[in-house]
Design a binder for this molecule. Sequence first.
Ligand code: INI
Length: 154
Amino acid sequence: MKQLEGQLSAKGLKVAVVVSRFNSFITKELLNGALDCWRRHEGDEDDFTAVWVPGAFELAPTAQKAAASGRYDAVVCLGAVIRGATSHFDFVAGQAAKGIAQVAMDSTIPVIFGVLTTDSIEQAMERAGTKAGNKGWDAMLSAVEMSRVYDQLT
Ligand code: INI
């Protein structure tokens, strides 16, 4: 049996992290988690670019441009859509997920979904570095792994 899997080393990789300003008290923590994961997996801080956008709705089109630029080995999208904070939660969350999935399908590099969609601020805080871990950290680990998988498939 042949098996293929991605190594968890970011050595020599370049990443763009598209991060939304909306709910920035949460997304800043997701970004910190992503950077921590990058550093702990041999990534160079100079090869980590954060791209700030207004909200989750803007993540997909910006990720598409970053992926198409040819400058990065992976793109990570970070955001927080909180039901209690918006009457159009389903629209914003759904569009972000659909848009990022579409960009991921159309790109030659991995495009990773690191968007929290929660019912409450408390649930978002739990996933941004408190009791349920840090979704930004997890998203970056997926980016490193998937970049190494794609390396072997192309
Ligand atoms: N953007 C978010 O990232 N999270 C939210 O919870 C949110 N709410 O509540 O509406 C949100 N809205 C802004 C949206 O993403 C766009 O930035 C805005 O509509 C401009 O296109």
